[in-house]
Design a binder for this molecule. Sequence first.
Ligand SMILES: [Fe+2]
Length: 301
Amino acid sequence: MADLNEETLTDAVIAQMASTPDPRMREVMESLVRHLHAFARDVRLTPQEWLGAIDFLTRVGQACTPYRQEFILLSDTIGLSRLVNLMDDKANRTGEATEASLLGPFYRENAPEFGHAESMATRAKGPEMILFGRILDDEGRGVPNAVVEAWQTDADGAYDLQANDPEVMDMRGRYHTDADGHYAVRTLIPLGYSIPMDGPVGAMVRQQERHGMRPAHIHVLVAADGYRELVTALYLGHDANIDTDTVFGVSESLVVNLRENLPGSPVPSLPSVRYDFRISKRAAGDTTGRVGADPSKIAAE
Ligand SMILES: [Fe+2]
């Protein structure tokens, strides 16, 4: 047998994996091995460093609970979630459809249902706002009975999972559009927040001397029968960290500003944002933009 060396090892691994029957899995694993080996050669990775990395990844896994997803946070903070979303958008987003943004680690299935302009702040208190507008198709027609799911921090910058007993749901809700595609969410003005810094990903971010902050935002997931699921978020333009989001979620088209006495607001006395979300028809084989959640549990009703 030929002795393996730094140059021949990569091909030997790929040759052994060539028996993989699933062609996509074979392609992905081949590329992964090539790039991982190239990375290790590039930085001259030492055994101690690799053991340190394995220890880090182990701790990332151990930090995960039913209420906390440290791997999504890792994927977000190194820009991988955004990259996957950008590529998915490029491949599947059509026409004027709204840009995607990150699902993030705080999404929860089975959020409570609310009526038009009903407040999803059932426990938290703070300055209120209205988010309203329409869900539109590619031709600009309203999409009736679409599910608009919103979730966000309270006015102190905490998600329900952080502020309460994790069984409690607050500051999240599911709304349905009317016959013309109108939706309205009454909520609190969200506050920007630090990503969870008490785990291994937070330690990494601190070591890199990054601020770890996300600008204030409202997560929105729009689902309707026959349409591509939209996972996005709206970012409040007044936030000081709007240009330096730790998880790279902000796009210019998703930046909004609160306005007083906005025409059409269901509660004009409250600061309001009007935003029309555009969704595309679902193409065959299209996938969800969600990283980390089970799409079967959010199908439009
Ligand atoms: Fe968030």
